[in-house]
Design a protein around this ligand. Sequence first.
Ligand code: FES
Length: 139
Amino acid sequence: MERRQFLVRSCQACAALAFIPAATLTGCASFKGLSLAADNGMVQIPLAQLDPSGKTMVKAKGAPEKFIVVEQPDGSYSAIELNCTHKGGPVNEKDGQLVCGLHGSTFDNTGHVVKGPAKTDLKRYGVEVVGDLLQVKVA
Ligand code: FES
Protein backbone atom coordinates (compact mmCIF):
# COMPACT_ATOMS: atom_id res chain seq x y z
CA MET A 1 0.00 0.00 0.00
CA GLU A 2 1.36 3.37 -0.96
CA ARG A 3 1.82 6.08 1.65
CA ARG A 4 -0.82 8.31 0.08
CA GLN A 5 -3.35 5.47 -0.04
CA PHE A 6 -2.58 4.60 3.60
CA LEU A 7 -3.17 8.20 4.71
CA VAL A 8 -6.48 8.45 2.82
CA ARG A 9 -7.74 5.19 4.34
CA SER A 10 -6.61 6.23 7.83
CA CYS A 11 -8.47 9.53 7.56
CA GLN A 12 -11.59 7.73 6.35
CA ALA A 13 -11.43 5.35 9.33
CA CYS A 14 -11.02 8.25 11.78
CA ALA A 15 -13.95 10.09 10.23
CA ALA A 16 -16.11 6.98 10.54
CA LEU A 17 -15.14 6.50 14.20
CA ALA A 18 -15.85 10.14 15.00
CA PHE A 19 -19.39 9.72 13.69
CA ILE A 20 -20.29 6.67 15.80
CA PRO A 21 -21.54 8.50 18.94
CA ALA A 22 -23.89 10.69 16.94
CA ALA A 23 -25.26 7.74 15.04
CA THR A 24 -25.75 5.81 18.28
CA LEU A 25 -27.78 8.62 19.78
CA THR A 26 -30.10 8.93 16.84
CA GLY A 27 -30.87 5.24 16.48
CA CYS A 28 -32.78 4.82 13.24
CA ALA A 29 -33.63 8.48 12.97
CA SER A 30 -32.13 10.39 10.11
CA PHE A 31 -31.15 13.47 12.06
CA LYS A 32 -28.14 14.55 14.06
CA GLY A 33 -27.25 13.58 17.61
CA LEU A 34 -25.03 15.70 19.83
CA SER A 35 -23.04 14.69 22.87
CA LEU A 36 -22.41 17.69 25.14
CA ALA A 37 -21.92 18.53 28.80
CA ALA A 38 -24.21 20.31 31.24
CA ASP A 39 -22.60 23.08 33.27
CA ASN A 40 -24.44 24.43 36.31
CA GLY A 41 -27.65 22.81 35.09
CA MET A 42 -27.37 24.39 31.64
CA VAL A 43 -26.57 22.86 28.27
CA GLN A 44 -25.38 25.31 25.66
CA ILE A 45 -25.89 24.23 22.08
CA PRO A 46 -24.45 26.24 19.21
CA LEU A 47 -27.36 26.94 16.87
CA ALA A 48 -25.11 26.04 13.94
CA GLN A 49 -24.84 22.48 15.32
CA LEU A 50 -28.59 21.85 15.30
CA ASP A 51 -29.72 19.51 12.57
CA PRO A 52 -31.25 21.30 9.55
CA SER A 53 -34.19 18.87 9.74
CA GLY A 54 -35.35 20.75 12.86
CA LYS A 55 -34.76 17.82 15.23
CA THR A 56 -31.58 17.14 17.16
CA MET A 57 -31.05 14.47 19.80
CA VAL A 58 -28.91 15.63 22.71
CA LYS A 59 -27.18 13.60 25.39
CA ALA A 60 -25.49 15.86 27.89
CA LYS A 61 -23.15 14.61 30.57
CA GLY A 62 -24.54 15.95 33.84
CA ALA A 63 -28.12 16.12 32.56
CA PRO A 64 -30.57 13.52 33.89
CA GLU A 65 -31.95 12.29 30.57
CA LYS A 66 -31.43 12.37 26.85
CA PHE A 67 -33.59 15.04 25.20
CA ILE A 68 -34.58 16.21 21.75
CA VAL A 69 -34.50 19.78 20.51
CA VAL A 70 -37.33 20.46 18.09
CA GLU A 71 -37.58 23.63 16.07
CA GLN A 72 -41.23 24.63 16.10
CA PRO A 73 -43.07 26.06 13.07
CA ASP A 74 -42.88 29.58 14.58
CA GLY A 75 -39.07 29.35 14.79
CA SER A 76 -38.96 28.77 18.55
CA TYR A 77 -37.33 25.71 20.09
CA SER A 78 -38.58 23.01 22.44
CA ALA A 79 -36.31 20.75 24.45
CA ILE A 80 -38.22 17.60 25.34
CA GLU A 81 -37.03 14.88 27.71
CA LEU A 82 -37.10 11.42 26.11
CA ASN A 83 -38.24 9.57 29.21
CA CYS A 84 -41.81 8.28 29.00
CA THR A 85 -44.22 9.57 31.63
CA HIS A 86 -46.02 6.23 31.76
CA LYS A 87 -43.35 3.94 33.21
CA GLY A 88 -40.11 5.57 32.18
CA GLY A 89 -39.55 3.82 28.88
CA PRO A 90 -37.22 5.23 26.23
CA VAL A 91 -38.87 7.60 23.80
CA ASN A 92 -37.54 8.00 20.27
CA GLU A 93 -38.52 9.87 17.18
CA LYS A 94 -40.50 7.76 14.74
CA ASP A 95 -42.31 8.92 11.64
CA GLY A 96 -42.44 12.52 12.82
CA GLN A 97 -43.70 11.76 16.32
CA LEU A 98 -42.15 10.79 19.64
CA VAL A 99 -42.93 7.17 20.48
CA CYS A 100 -42.22 5.12 23.61
CA GLY A 101 -40.57 1.80 22.90
CA LEU A 102 -42.21 -0.02 25.83
CA HIS A 103 -45.99 0.35 25.43
CA GLY A 104 -46.33 2.66 22.45
CA SER A 105 -47.38 5.94 24.02
CA THR A 106 -47.11 8.61 21.35
CA PHE A 107 -46.36 12.31 21.79
CA ASP A 108 -46.35 15.18 19.33
CA ASN A 109 -43.34 17.37 18.61
CA THR A 110 -44.12 19.59 21.59
CA GLY A 111 -44.27 16.61 23.98
CA HIS A 112 -48.07 16.47 24.34
CA VAL A 113 -49.68 13.03 24.64
CA VAL A 114 -51.32 11.94 21.40
CA LYS A 115 -51.93 8.30 22.38
CA GLY A 116 -51.66 6.51 25.75
CA PRO A 117 -51.28 4.67 27.96
CA ALA A 118 -49.28 7.72 29.14
CA LYS A 119 -51.59 10.39 30.48
CA THR A 120 -48.99 13.08 31.14
CA ASP A 121 -47.02 15.09 28.60
CA LEU A 122 -43.28 14.64 28.31
CA LYS A 123 -41.19 16.96 30.46
CA ARG A 124 -39.99 20.08 28.68
CA TYR A 125 -36.89 22.00 29.63
CA GLY A 126 -36.72 25.77 29.54
CA VAL A 127 -34.91 27.13 26.50
CA GLU A 128 -33.56 30.51 25.51
CA VAL A 129 -31.64 31.71 22.49
CA VAL A 130 -28.72 33.86 23.57
CA GLY A 131 -26.59 35.06 20.68
CA ASP A 132 -25.66 32.03 18.62
CA LEU A 133 -26.40 29.57 21.43
CA LEU A 134 -29.51 27.68 22.47
CA GLN A 135 -29.40 27.47 26.25
CA VAL A 136 -31.32 24.55 27.73
CA LYS A 137 -31.99 24.54 31.47
CA VAL A 138 -31.84 20.86 32.49
CA ALA A 139 -31.79 21.29 36.27
S1 FES B 1 -43.40 3.21 29.54
FE1 FES B 1 -43.92 4.37 27.81
S2 FES B 1 -45.85 3.70 27.22
FE2 FES B 1 -45.38 2.55 29.00
